[in-house]
Design a protein around this ligand. Structure first.
Ligand SMILES: *Cc1c(COP(=O)(O)O)cnc(C)c1O
Ligand SMILES: [Zn+2]
Length: 417
Protein backbone atom coordinates (compact mmCIF):
# COMPACT_ATOMS: atom_id res chain seq x y z
CA UNK A 1 0.00 0.00 0.00
CA UNK A 2 2.96 2.35 0.50
CA UNK A 3 3.76 4.50 -2.48
CA UNK A 4 7.14 5.44 -0.97
CA UNK A 5 9.36 5.97 -4.01
CA UNK A 6 12.79 6.83 -2.59
CA UNK A 7 15.03 9.44 -0.99
CA UNK A 8 15.94 12.66 -2.72
CA UNK A 9 18.14 15.63 -1.80
CA UNK A 10 15.95 18.58 -0.82
CA UNK A 11 18.46 20.95 -2.45
CA UNK A 12 19.95 19.43 -5.62
CA UNK A 13 17.28 16.70 -6.15
CA UNK A 14 19.82 13.86 -6.55
CA UNK A 15 18.14 10.53 -5.75
CA UNK A 16 19.49 8.02 -3.22
CA UNK A 17 18.74 4.41 -2.23
CA UNK A 18 16.33 3.99 0.69
CA UNK A 19 18.98 3.20 3.29
CA UNK A 20 20.13 4.87 6.50
CA UNK A 21 21.21 7.97 4.61
CA UNK A 22 20.31 11.49 5.59
CA UNK A 23 22.69 13.89 3.91
CA UNK A 24 23.48 14.42 0.21
CA UNK A 25 27.05 13.50 -0.71
CA UNK A 26 26.93 16.04 -3.58
CA UNK A 27 25.79 19.22 -1.81
CA UNK A 28 25.31 18.26 1.89
CA UNK A 29 21.56 19.00 1.60
CA UNK A 30 19.12 16.93 3.71
CA UNK A 31 17.52 13.87 2.11
CA UNK A 32 13.74 13.62 1.98
CA UNK A 33 11.37 10.79 1.18
CA UNK A 34 9.31 11.17 -1.97
CA UNK A 35 6.17 9.41 -3.10
CA UNK A 36 4.11 8.46 -6.12
CA UNK A 37 1.27 10.93 -5.52
CA UNK A 38 -0.78 9.60 -8.46
CA UNK A 39 -0.87 6.19 -6.82
CA UNK A 40 -1.66 7.75 -3.43
CA UNK A 41 -4.59 9.67 -4.92
CA UNK A 42 -6.23 6.41 -5.97
CA UNK A 43 -6.27 4.76 -2.53
CA UNK A 44 -6.29 7.75 -0.14
CA UNK A 45 -9.89 8.82 -0.36
CA UNK A 46 -11.66 10.44 2.57
CA UNK A 47 -13.96 7.42 2.81
CA UNK A 48 -11.10 4.91 2.78
CA UNK A 49 -9.26 6.81 5.49
CA UNK A 50 -12.40 7.11 7.64
CA UNK A 51 -12.61 3.28 7.71
CA UNK A 52 -9.02 2.82 8.91
CA UNK A 53 -7.90 2.44 12.54
CA UNK A 54 -7.48 5.69 14.45
CA UNK A 55 -3.70 5.83 14.54
CA UNK A 56 -0.98 7.48 12.50
CA UNK A 57 -0.83 4.63 9.99
CA UNK A 58 -4.16 5.74 8.54
CA UNK A 59 -1.98 7.92 6.26
CA UNK A 60 0.21 4.95 5.44
CA UNK A 61 0.66 5.76 1.73
CA UNK A 62 2.57 8.92 2.64
CA UNK A 63 4.90 7.32 5.19
CA UNK A 64 8.35 5.97 4.23
CA UNK A 65 8.17 2.28 5.03
CA UNK A 66 8.05 -0.59 2.57
CA UNK A 67 6.52 -3.45 4.60
CA UNK A 68 3.85 -3.59 7.28
CA UNK A 69 3.92 -1.15 10.21
CA UNK A 70 5.58 -2.77 13.23
CA UNK A 71 4.72 -0.27 15.93
CA UNK A 72 2.60 2.81 16.56
CA UNK A 73 -0.79 1.11 16.51
CA UNK A 74 -1.93 3.38 19.32
CA UNK A 75 0.16 6.42 18.34
CA UNK A 76 -1.33 9.49 16.77
CA UNK A 77 -4.95 10.47 16.18
CA UNK A 78 -4.77 12.57 19.34
CA UNK A 79 -7.60 14.99 20.16
CA UNK A 80 -8.09 18.27 18.34
CA UNK A 81 -9.80 20.17 21.13
CA UNK A 82 -12.08 23.14 20.42
CA UNK A 83 -10.81 25.41 23.18
CA UNK A 84 -13.80 27.61 24.05
CA UNK A 85 -12.75 28.86 27.47
CA UNK A 86 -9.21 29.61 26.34
CA UNK A 87 -10.57 31.35 23.23
CA UNK A 88 -12.69 33.56 25.45
CA UNK A 89 -9.71 34.39 27.67
CA UNK A 90 -7.69 35.39 24.60
CA UNK A 91 -10.55 37.15 22.83
CA UNK A 92 -10.44 34.96 19.73
CA UNK A 93 -13.23 33.30 17.79
CA UNK A 94 -12.05 29.86 16.73
CA UNK A 95 -9.23 28.22 18.65
CA UNK A 96 -8.07 24.59 18.73
CA UNK A 97 -5.48 22.68 20.71
CA UNK A 98 -3.89 19.75 18.88
CA UNK A 99 -3.16 17.73 21.99
CA UNK A 100 -0.15 15.44 21.73
CA UNK A 101 0.30 15.64 25.50
CA UNK A 102 -1.79 12.45 25.47
CA UNK A 103 0.01 10.70 22.61
CA UNK A 104 0.79 7.02 23.08
CA UNK A 105 2.94 5.42 24.45
CA UNK A 106 5.06 8.25 25.95
CA UNK A 107 2.93 11.41 26.00
CA UNK A 108 4.56 13.60 23.37
CA UNK A 109 4.61 14.26 19.65
CA UNK A 110 7.83 12.18 19.47
CA UNK A 111 5.79 8.95 19.43
CA UNK A 112 4.86 9.81 15.83
CA UNK A 113 8.39 10.16 14.52
CA UNK A 114 9.71 7.22 16.51
CA UNK A 115 6.96 4.83 15.34
CA UNK A 116 8.06 5.45 11.79
CA UNK A 117 11.81 5.45 12.49
CA UNK A 118 11.62 2.26 14.59
CA UNK A 119 9.63 0.44 11.91
CA UNK A 120 12.15 1.55 9.30
CA UNK A 121 15.08 0.50 11.55
CA UNK A 122 13.66 -3.03 11.59
CA UNK A 123 13.14 -3.01 7.84
CA UNK A 124 16.77 -1.98 7.35
CA UNK A 125 17.98 -4.77 9.66
CA UNK A 126 19.31 -2.73 12.61
CA UNK A 127 19.45 -4.37 16.04
CA UNK A 128 20.37 -1.22 18.00
CA UNK A 129 18.28 1.93 18.17
CA UNK A 130 19.55 5.14 19.71
CA UNK A 131 18.91 8.85 19.79
CA UNK A 132 20.26 12.21 20.89
CA UNK A 133 17.48 13.57 23.04
CA UNK A 134 16.26 16.57 25.01
CA UNK A 135 14.04 14.15 26.94
CA UNK A 136 10.86 13.19 25.12
CA UNK A 137 12.61 11.54 22.20
CA UNK A 138 14.56 9.34 24.61
CA UNK A 139 11.32 8.31 26.33
CA UNK A 140 9.77 7.28 23.05
CA UNK A 141 12.85 5.55 21.63
CA UNK A 142 13.31 3.59 24.88
CA UNK A 143 9.66 2.48 24.89
CA UNK A 144 9.66 1.44 21.24
CA UNK A 145 13.00 -0.38 21.52
CA UNK A 146 11.73 -2.29 24.58
CA UNK A 147 8.63 -3.36 22.75
CA UNK A 148 10.53 -4.41 19.64
CA UNK A 149 13.35 -6.14 21.53
CA UNK A 150 16.04 -3.81 20.20
CA UNK A 151 19.17 -2.78 22.09
CA UNK A 152 18.78 0.87 23.02
CA UNK A 153 21.06 3.83 23.77
CA UNK A 154 19.56 7.14 24.87
CA UNK A 155 22.01 10.05 24.93
CA UNK A 156 20.93 13.16 26.86
CA UNK A 157 22.46 16.29 28.35
CA UNK A 158 23.07 15.62 32.06
CA UNK A 159 20.97 18.60 33.13
CA UNK A 160 17.54 17.17 32.16
CA UNK A 161 14.56 17.06 34.54
CA UNK A 162 14.36 13.89 36.68
CA UNK A 163 10.93 13.03 35.20
CA UNK A 164 12.32 12.98 31.69
CA UNK A 165 15.31 10.81 32.65
CA UNK A 166 13.10 8.39 34.55
CA UNK A 167 10.73 8.12 31.59
CA UNK A 168 13.58 6.69 29.53
CA UNK A 169 15.32 4.66 32.24
CA UNK A 170 12.19 2.70 33.17
CA UNK A 171 12.20 0.94 29.80
CA UNK A 172 15.73 -0.33 30.39
CA UNK A 173 17.93 1.36 27.76
CA UNK A 174 21.51 2.48 28.35
CA UNK A 175 20.93 6.11 29.36
CA UNK A 176 24.09 8.11 28.73
CA UNK A 177 24.20 11.59 30.30
CA UNK A 178 26.70 13.80 28.54
CA UNK A 179 28.42 16.72 30.23
CA UNK A 180 27.33 19.33 27.68
CA UNK A 181 24.38 20.82 25.79
CA UNK A 182 22.05 18.97 23.44
CA UNK A 183 24.17 20.19 20.54
CA UNK A 184 27.24 18.47 22.06
CA UNK A 185 25.18 15.29 22.52
CA UNK A 186 24.06 15.40 18.90
CA UNK A 187 27.61 15.77 17.61
CA UNK A 188 28.78 12.78 19.65
CA UNK A 189 25.85 10.63 18.47
CA UNK A 190 26.67 11.34 14.84
CA UNK A 191 30.15 9.91 15.48
CA UNK A 192 28.82 6.92 17.43
CA UNK A 193 26.29 6.04 14.69
CA UNK A 194 29.01 6.11 12.04
CA UNK A 195 31.48 4.09 14.05
CA UNK A 196 29.21 1.33 15.37
CA UNK A 197 26.60 1.14 12.62
CA UNK A 198 23.69 1.77 14.96
CA UNK A 199 20.41 3.37 13.96
CA UNK A 200 19.94 6.81 15.51
CA UNK A 201 16.30 7.83 15.13
CA UNK A 202 16.97 11.53 14.66
CA UNK A 203 20.37 11.30 12.96
CA UNK A 204 21.00 8.58 10.37
CA UNK A 205 17.29 7.65 10.23
CA UNK A 206 16.27 11.30 10.14
CA UNK A 207 14.84 11.12 6.60
CA UNK A 208 12.32 8.54 7.84
CA UNK A 209 11.81 9.95 11.33
CA UNK A 210 10.90 13.38 9.99
CA UNK A 211 8.12 11.96 7.82
CA UNK A 212 6.29 10.69 10.91
CA UNK A 213 5.80 14.32 11.97
CA UNK A 214 3.55 14.92 8.95
CA UNK A 215 0.82 12.88 10.61
CA UNK A 216 0.31 15.71 13.14
CA UNK A 217 -0.61 17.97 10.22
CA UNK A 218 -2.72 15.36 8.41
CA UNK A 219 -4.77 14.87 11.56
CA UNK A 220 -5.39 18.59 12.10
CA UNK A 221 -6.93 18.84 8.65
CA UNK A 222 -8.89 15.59 8.84
CA UNK A 223 -10.22 16.48 12.29
CA UNK A 224 -11.40 19.85 10.99
CA UNK A 225 -13.46 17.96 8.39
CA UNK A 226 -10.73 18.12 5.71
CA UNK A 227 -10.52 21.87 6.06
CA UNK A 228 -7.30 23.86 6.55
CA UNK A 229 -7.07 26.13 9.59
CA UNK A 230 -5.89 29.67 8.78
CA UNK A 231 -3.11 29.82 11.38
CA UNK A 232 -0.96 27.18 13.07
CA UNK A 233 1.51 27.98 15.86
CA UNK A 234 4.25 25.37 16.30
CA UNK A 235 7.20 25.02 18.71
CA UNK A 236 10.66 24.69 17.19
CA UNK A 237 13.56 22.70 18.63
CA UNK A 238 15.59 20.78 16.03
CA UNK A 239 13.05 21.90 13.46
CA UNK A 240 11.52 18.56 12.48
CA UNK A 241 7.87 19.26 13.16
CA UNK A 242 7.28 22.71 11.71
CA UNK A 243 8.43 22.11 8.12
CA UNK A 244 6.59 18.74 8.08
CA UNK A 245 3.35 20.50 8.96
CA UNK A 246 3.90 22.56 5.84
CA UNK A 247 4.71 19.45 3.87
CA UNK A 248 1.64 17.63 5.20
CA UNK A 249 -0.65 20.51 4.20
CA UNK A 250 0.82 20.57 0.67
CA UNK A 251 0.61 16.81 0.28
CA UNK A 252 -3.08 16.75 1.23
CA UNK A 253 -3.73 19.18 -1.61
CA UNK A 254 -1.49 17.14 -3.92
CA UNK A 255 -3.49 13.94 -3.33
CA UNK A 256 -6.84 15.74 -3.46
CA UNK A 257 -7.86 15.37 0.18
CA UNK A 258 -8.04 19.10 0.93
CA UNK A 259 -8.36 22.30 -1.06
CA UNK A 260 -8.09 26.02 -0.50
CA UNK A 261 -5.53 28.33 0.97
CA UNK A 262 -2.69 26.72 2.93
CA UNK A 263 -2.32 27.75 6.59
CA UNK A 264 0.14 30.34 7.81
CA UNK A 265 2.67 28.69 10.08
CA UNK A 266 4.29 30.50 13.03
CA UNK A 267 7.37 29.44 14.99
CA UNK A 268 7.40 29.53 18.81
CA UNK A 269 10.65 29.50 20.78
CA UNK A 270 11.80 30.28 24.31
CA UNK A 271 13.54 33.63 24.72
CA UNK A 272 16.47 31.69 26.20
CA UNK A 273 16.90 29.71 22.97
CA UNK A 274 15.52 31.43 19.90
CA UNK A 275 17.90 30.99 16.97
CA UNK A 276 14.98 30.68 14.53
CA UNK A 277 13.17 33.80 15.76
CA UNK A 278 16.47 35.71 15.61
CA UNK A 279 16.86 34.66 11.97
CA UNK A 280 13.25 35.56 11.13
CA UNK A 281 13.96 39.03 12.49
CA UNK A 282 17.36 39.51 10.87
CA UNK A 283 16.38 38.05 7.50
CA UNK A 284 19.02 35.31 7.63
CA UNK A 285 18.37 32.10 5.69
CA UNK A 286 20.16 29.92 8.28
CA UNK A 287 19.86 30.34 12.05
CA UNK A 288 22.98 31.47 13.88
CA UNK A 289 23.64 28.91 16.68
CA UNK A 290 22.99 30.07 20.28
CA UNK A 291 23.74 28.62 23.70
CA UNK A 292 20.40 27.64 25.32
CA UNK A 293 19.30 28.92 28.71
CA UNK A 294 15.61 28.22 29.37
CA UNK A 295 13.29 26.05 31.47
CA UNK A 296 11.81 24.76 28.20
CA UNK A 297 14.46 22.04 28.03
CA UNK A 298 12.71 19.88 25.45
CA UNK A 299 13.04 22.67 22.89
CA UNK A 300 16.45 23.92 24.04
CA UNK A 301 18.36 23.24 20.83
CA UNK A 302 20.77 26.03 19.94
CA UNK A 303 21.69 24.73 16.50
CA UNK A 304 18.54 23.30 14.86
CA UNK A 305 19.33 20.58 12.30
CA UNK A 306 16.42 21.68 10.10
CA UNK A 307 16.69 25.40 10.76
CA UNK A 308 16.86 26.27 7.09
CA UNK A 309 13.63 24.38 6.34
CA UNK A 310 11.88 26.00 9.31
CA UNK A 311 12.70 29.49 8.04
CA UNK A 312 11.77 28.59 4.48
CA UNK A 313 8.42 27.12 5.59
CA UNK A 314 7.47 30.00 7.89
CA UNK A 315 8.32 32.62 5.28
CA UNK A 316 6.75 30.69 2.41
CA UNK A 317 3.48 30.33 4.33
CA UNK A 318 3.20 34.02 5.21
CA UNK A 319 3.72 33.32 8.91
CA UNK A 320 6.20 34.70 11.43
CA UNK A 321 7.37 33.85 14.94
CA UNK A 322 7.55 34.92 18.56
CA UNK A 323 9.61 34.15 21.66
CA UNK A 324 8.45 33.77 25.25
CA UNK A 325 10.32 34.32 28.52
CA UNK A 326 10.39 31.61 31.18
CA UNK A 327 7.79 33.47 33.26
CA UNK A 328 5.48 33.87 30.25
CA UNK A 329 5.94 30.16 29.52
CA UNK A 330 4.87 29.11 33.02
CA UNK A 331 1.96 31.58 32.99
CA UNK A 332 0.77 29.99 29.76
CA UNK A 333 1.10 26.44 31.15
CA UNK A 334 -1.14 27.57 34.01
CA UNK A 335 -3.61 29.35 31.71
CA UNK A 336 -4.05 26.26 29.54
CA UNK A 337 -4.62 24.05 32.58
CA UNK A 338 -7.08 26.51 34.13
CA UNK A 339 -9.15 27.10 31.03
CA UNK A 340 -9.05 23.74 29.26
CA UNK A 341 -7.75 21.24 31.82
CA UNK A 342 -4.77 20.36 29.66
CA UNK A 343 -1.45 20.13 31.51
CA UNK A 344 1.45 20.67 29.16
CA UNK A 345 5.17 21.00 29.70
CA UNK A 346 7.12 24.25 29.13
CA UNK A 347 7.38 23.54 25.38
CA UNK A 348 3.58 23.75 25.18
CA UNK A 349 3.60 26.82 27.40
CA UNK A 350 6.04 28.39 24.94
CA UNK A 351 3.70 27.76 22.04
CA UNK A 352 0.68 29.21 23.81
CA UNK A 353 2.68 32.20 25.11
CA UNK A 354 3.96 32.87 21.59
CA UNK A 355 0.39 32.64 20.27
CA UNK A 356 -0.69 35.29 22.78
CA UNK A 357 2.15 37.56 21.65
CA UNK A 358 1.31 37.08 17.98
CA UNK A 359 -2.32 37.98 18.74
CA UNK A 360 -1.27 41.05 20.72
CA UNK A 361 1.01 42.17 17.91
CA UNK A 362 -1.79 41.77 15.39
CA UNK A 363 0.21 39.17 13.44
CA UNK A 364 -2.66 36.71 13.90
CA UNK A 365 -6.17 38.17 13.60
CA UNK A 366 -8.68 37.27 16.32
CA UNK A 367 -11.51 36.26 13.98
CA UNK A 368 -9.84 33.43 12.04
CA UNK A 369 -9.21 29.77 12.91
CA UNK A 370 -6.06 29.10 14.95
CA UNK A 371 -4.45 25.79 15.94
CA UNK A 372 -1.97 25.75 18.83
CA UNK A 373 0.38 22.74 18.75
CA UNK A 374 0.65 21.25 22.24
CA UNK A 375 3.41 18.67 21.92
CA UNK A 376 4.27 17.40 25.41
CA UNK A 377 2.85 16.51 28.82
CA UNK A 378 3.26 18.54 32.01
CA UNK A 379 3.49 15.59 34.39
CA UNK A 380 7.03 14.89 33.19
CA UNK A 381 8.21 18.34 34.26
CA UNK A 382 5.95 18.93 37.29
CA UNK A 383 9.03 20.25 39.14
CA UNK A 384 8.88 23.54 37.21
CA UNK A 385 5.27 24.22 38.27
CA UNK A 386 5.35 23.03 41.87
CA UNK A 387 6.66 26.28 43.35
CA UNK A 388 3.95 28.37 41.67
CA UNK A 389 0.91 26.56 42.97
CA UNK A 390 -1.02 26.95 46.22
CA UNK A 391 -0.43 24.30 48.86
CA UNK A 392 -3.47 22.08 49.57
CA UNK A 393 -5.73 23.34 52.36
CA UNK A 394 -5.13 21.21 55.45
CA UNK A 395 -8.14 20.52 57.71
CA UNK A 396 -9.27 18.14 60.42
CA UNK A 397 -11.73 15.46 59.43
CA UNK A 398 -14.98 16.94 60.81
CA UNK A 399 -17.64 18.65 58.74
CA UNK A 400 -17.45 21.53 61.20
CA UNK A 401 -13.80 22.17 60.27
CA UNK A 402 -14.76 22.29 56.64
CA UNK A 403 -17.68 24.66 57.31
CA UNK A 404 -15.40 27.00 59.23
CA UNK A 405 -12.91 26.92 56.39
CA UNK A 406 -15.61 27.62 53.80
CA UNK A 407 -17.09 30.50 55.83
CA UNK A 408 -13.65 32.11 56.02
CA UNK A 409 -13.25 32.06 52.23
CA UNK A 410 -13.96 35.20 50.25
CA UNK A 411 -16.70 34.42 47.70
CA UNK A 412 -14.35 35.57 44.94
CA UNK A 413 -11.69 33.02 45.72
CA UNK A 414 -14.25 30.21 45.61
CA UNK A 415 -15.18 30.84 42.02
CA UNK A 416 -12.05 32.34 40.52
CA UNK A 417 -9.80 30.21 38.35
C1 LIG B 1 10.94 17.58 20.33
C2 LIG B 1 9.85 18.46 20.80
C3 LIG B 1 9.37 19.55 20.05
C4 LIG B 1 9.84 20.02 18.70
O1 LIG B 1 10.93 19.46 18.19
P1 LIG B 1 11.43 19.59 16.69
O2 LIG B 1 12.78 19.01 16.76
O3 LIG B 1 11.45 21.05 16.33
O4 LIG B 1 10.49 18.82 15.87
C5 LIG B 1 8.34 20.28 20.56
N1 LIG B 1 7.79 19.99 21.73
C6 LIG B 1 8.20 18.96 22.48
C7 LIG B 1 7.52 18.71 23.79
C8 LIG B 1 9.24 18.16 22.04
O5 LIG B 1 9.64 17.12 22.80
ZN1 LIG C 1 22.20 17.52 -2.89
Amino acid sequence: MSVFAGLRCAMCKTEFPTEALYVCDQCLGPLEAFYDYDAARRTMTREAIADRPRNLWRYRELLPITGNPRTGFDSGYTPLVRAGRLAEALGVKELYIKDDSVNHPTLSYKDRVVSVAATRALELGFDTLGCASTGNLGNSVAAHAARLGLTCYVFIPQSLEPGKILGSAVAGPHVVGIDGTYDDVNRLCTQVGDRYGWAFANINLRSYYAEGAKTYGFEIVEQLGWRYPRHVVCPVAGGTLLPRLGRAFRELREVGLAAGELPRIYAAQAAGCSPVINALESGATHPEPVKPNTIATSIAIGNPADGYQVLDTVRGSGGSGARATDVEILDAVELLARTEGIFTEPAGGTTLAATIKLLQAGAIPTDESIVVCITGNGYKTSNVMAKRLREPTRLGRSLRDFEAFLAAQQPATRTSV
